[in-house]
Design a protein around this ligand. Structure first.
Ligand code: CMC
Length: 429
């Protein structure tokens, strides 16, 4: 028998069981609270509320630890490529050689889009944001693949996972080609996952395309560090939509929309735009640090702070190192990298940021690498989505397979007007 939490409400005593996770994280199980006391709990933004138990990702925000299925993120970045990590997240174990080859070839087989789906792109305006295109086209997959939509049928789920993983890079690259008016490149299935994506993004039919191995390595690493982060806003969205038994494509399309916001994945675009604005304003970092501290300014340092990390985000450490290495190798002197490092130094020694435990997060340096590789700023959040896809799928699948799955349906405390008499139109002031 573990610890028991006791509460006393309206003279009644109630004992609530506790749950302890693998890494000693502790929770009070309140599932009997309302039935026994009539009370619910309120926790705006779910700051203290666990929505589920999950075996996919562990993070310790105080110590800056991140592990996928028990493996430290640093080790996975060093020893795996993105496809291998995707398998680990979705299926729970590292694949053996045969399983990995089967997974890779299944992903290769489904990279093309239905020709009618390619026609969708004609209907989007040239300046459409690629995140809007991404979520629309992913949602539309459920119109083309009606043979694999049943979340309770394991074969259908498997098929829709392969289709989604294989097609997302194609969908993303086409949205970029559309925005710059270049011909769409069909996928080349002799290439690996990340290589194929770079090819569809940057190749043109009239020229040979040389893949850059440094870009391939950096993008694999960036996708791995973005691949999962337990119950973040977009993953919780995917789970919530999926909890109604909506199909995988519909659930992921909703997750893409949640990721787009600048407080979540959209921060990578917002961060580079902020750094550019600081550069254009003479590179005065102090002015922007002061603005971020002034609540009335409405300005936040983008790429800084995190709901869970109260220490340096381990993903930011890996990305900063990669950024430094890549820029040196490419002999690029990017002034916004210097501004970013200056801002970081200034913030890390400023009492406002120290007291609130605000550190650079995953979005602070990633945009600088994407830029060096030639990605336009609007594509940055799309790159986050490509990386996060296996995590979303893993959570959706874990939820669907859970015997305790329930539709997600939070409660509320109503604080609007009490019952009142209807006022006819002619009597209203
Ligand atoms: N710049 C200045 N002040 C900040 C910042 C920031 N970036 N982030 C938090 N604060 C302050 C905030 O004003 C508050 O101060 P006070 O206690 O005086 O009211 C305190 O720090 C706590 O902030 P919060 O808004 O209550 O914290 P939260 O957990 O609700 O928000 C966050 C987390 C990530 C939304 C927030 O830190 C933020 O807006 N950061 C900028 C956007 C960003 O980089 N987002 C990417 C997050 S990581 C990747 C991802 O999830 O996609």
């Amino acid at each position: 028998m573990g610890e028991v939490a006791k509460i006393r409400i309206e003279g009644k005593d109630l004992e609530l069981p506790t749950i302890v996770g693998t890494e000693n994280e502790k929770a009070v199980d309140i599932s009997a609270l309302r039935a026994q006391t009539g009370y619910i709990t309120i926790d705006e933004g779910f700051v203290n509320t666990g929505s589920t138990q999950s075996a996919i990702c562990f993070l310790d925000g105080e110590q800056g630890i991140l592990r996928y299925r028990g493996y430290p993120i640093e080790e996975l970045c060093e020893k795996c490529d993105f496809v291998e990590v995707s398998y680990l997240l979705m299926y729970g174990e590292l694949p053996n050689a045969q399983q990995l080859e089967h997974f890779r070839s299944s992903l290769r087989r489904h990279t093309m889009l239905h020709e009618d789906m390619r026609m969708f792109y004609n209907g989007f305006p040239r300046d459409a944001h690629p995140m809007a295109i991404l979520s629309s086209v992913v949602g539309a997959l459920s119109t083309f693949y009606q043979d694999s939509l049943d979340p309770k049928n394991p074969q259908e789920v498997e098929m829709s996972i392969f289709r989604l993983m294989a097609k997302l890079p194609t969908i993303a690259a086409l949205s970029h080609k559309k925005s710059i008016g270049q011909p769409f490149m069909y996928p080349k299935n002799s290439l690996e996952y990340v290589e194929n994506f770079l090819y569809m993004m940057f190749a043109v039919p009239s020229e040979d395309y040389q893949l850059d191995s440094d870009f391939v390595e950096a993008l694999n690493l960036l996708f791995i560090v973005h691949a999962d982060h337990e119950q973040n806003c977009s993953t919780s969205t995917v789970r919530m939509v999926g909890s109604s038994d909506a199909n995988l494509f519909a659930s992921i399309s909703a997750g893409i929309c949640a990721l787009w916001g600048p407080l979540h994945g959209g921060a990578n675009q917002a961060c580079v735009e902020m750094l550019e604005a600081i550069k254009a304003d003479g590179g005065n970092s102090k002015k922007y640090i002061d603005m971020a501290k002034d609540k009335k300014s409405g300005f936040r340092l983008m790429g800084f702070g995190h709901r869970v990390y109260k220490n340096y985000d381990p993903r930011a450490t890996i990305i900063k190192r990669t950024c430094d290495k890549l820029l040196k190798k490419l002999k690029i002197k990017d002034p916004i990298f210097d501004i970013a490092q200056e801002l970081e130094q200034a913030a890390l020694s400023d009492p406002y940021f120290i007291e609130r435990k605000l550190y650079p997060n995953v979005d602070f340096y990633s945009g600088i690498i994407y830029r060096a590789m030639g990605f336009p700023v609007e594509m940055f959040t799309v790159l986050f989505a490509l990386g996060r896809l296996p995590g979303w799928i893993a959570h959706w699948r874990e939820m669907q397979m859970s015997p305790s799955k329930k539709i997600a349906r939070p409660r509320q405390i109503y604080n609007g007007p009490a019952k009142r008499s209807f006022i006819p139109l002619h009597e209203r002031k």
